[in-house]
Design a protein around this ligand. Structure first.
Ligand SMILES: C[S@@+](CC[C@H](N)C(=O)[O-])C[C@H]1O[C@@H](n2cnc3c(N)ncnc32)[C@H](O)[C@@H]1O
Length: 355
């Protein structure tokens, strides 16, 4: 009976699309393998290589390398020349697969997504219990992949576009301000700001102790130990009461109690302080988010963000596609009345929030 209603053309199209997605999912694994083994980096100069030459250059097993190259060629991740039986990368392929630090290098994103396959049993369980999956229980590749993918985007926009878009903040930071970065993770945003504004002091707070350890290391490497302080503490408990700016980068929607966190932020700001809220780009409804970005965000949010929030007190679970309207309701509830979209990119919205 069920088959009687099936339109074979529609079924073929849907099946074809889903098999394409399977190819993409396997492509992530292939790309992640190549990243870990330095295969793309060895090819990135653009020179053509046989599988043997690539195996020699990387010290790896030729037969495995040859199959990996075939998988990449069929995915159009590398180029194949059948005449010479060699493989190479175009400049664009080299950016996406081998240019660490470039905003369009996707390896951090792949690392992040592959970790979700490892964590999948925890998420299945969390659907049954409603207890979520705490950030601290995730595979470490989630933290490293997030840092690796987000940092180049912050490096591109934060100091150059987002800070100047906040009323008077650039000047305050140049003169010397106190800033809290809450839910700072590995401290990418904290460190970028600390480097650009040496007269200001930056406090990075996160409830995940391992991330704070990592942030301290990163700050040391970046030479900004003198004007950064990192502390393990929740968004509702972080210390201080005279911040010129409190920022939350891609973390408000991960919090169990974003209203409680924003209420605490308000109590720590100077009267003329600014609350900077950076959230994933989204429209205000599911129908507004029927986009590729929406597809990626809702899936990531199902596997990570919603679970992270449900694992905490209140468990509001805003989701990564909350949108400005819902975020405004949360911020209003926390006592903020002035909310303005100061900037946006394809990936993020930046809100300037004041009492
Ligand atoms: C998606 S990560 C973003 C990290 C960082 N802000 C960035 O943009 O790279 C979300 C972060 O929020 C933190 N977080 C979630 N809930 C929190 C809470 N209640 N208090 C403090 N940090 C929290 C997590 O530990 C994690 O580091």
């Amino acid at each position: 009976m069920a088959n009687a209603a099936v339109d074979q053309d529609k079924l073929n199209k849907l099946f074809g699309r889903v098999i394409g997605d399977v190819g993409g999912a396997l492509g992530l694994l292939i790309a992640r393998v190549g990243d870990q083994l330095g295969l793309y980096r060895a090819m990135a100069d653009g020179g053509a290589m046989s599988s043997q030459q690539l195996a020699d250059a990387t010290g790896l097993h030729e037969r495995s390398v040859r199959e990996w190259l075939a998988a990449n060629a069929t995915a159009h991740y590398v180029k194949y020349d059948p005449e010479t039986e060699t493989f190479s990368m175009s400049p664009e392929q080299a950016v996406v697969f081998a240019s660490e630090g470039h905003p369009q290098c996707a390896q951090g994103f792949f690392q992040n997504v592959v970790s979700l396959f490892i964590d999948e049993p925890q998420v299945v369980e969390a659907f049954k219990t409603g207890e979520g999956v705490p950030w601290s229980d995730r595979h470490p590749c989630l933290f490293c992949g997030t840092e690796r993918f987000f940092r180049p985007h912050y490096a591109m926009s934060l100091v150059k576009n987002w800070i100047p878009a906040l009323d008077g903040m650039q000047e305050r930071l140049e003169n010397g301000a106190r800033v809290a970065d809450v839910g700072c993770g590995h401290g990418s945003s904290t460190i970028l700001l600390a480097k650009s504004f040496p007269n200001s002091t930056f406090y990075g707070f996160d409830y995940h102790a391992a991330s704070i350890e990592h942030a301290r290391e990163r700050a040391k490497e970046a030479g900004v130990e003198a004007n950064t302080v990192f502390e393990t503490v929740t968004a509702k408990d972080f210390p201080g009461n005279d911040y010129d700016m409190v920022a939350i980068f891609d973390a408000l929607h991960d919090m169990g109690d974003p209203v409680g966190a924003a209420t605490h932020v308000r109590s720590t700001l100077k009267d003329d302080g600014i609350f900077m809220v950076v959230e994933p780009f989204a429209g205000d409804s599911l129908e507004d988010n029927m986009t590729l970005l929406g597809r990626v965000s809702y899936a990531a949010s199902t596997m990570v963000c919603t679970q992270a929030s449900l694992a905490q007190e209140v468990g509001l679970a805003l989701g990564a596609q909350a949108g400005q309207k819902r975020l405004t309701e949360v911020l209003n509830e926390a006592g903020f009345s002035q909310i303005r979209r100061a900037a946006e990119t394809e990936a993020n919205i930046v809100l300037e929030v004041r009492v």
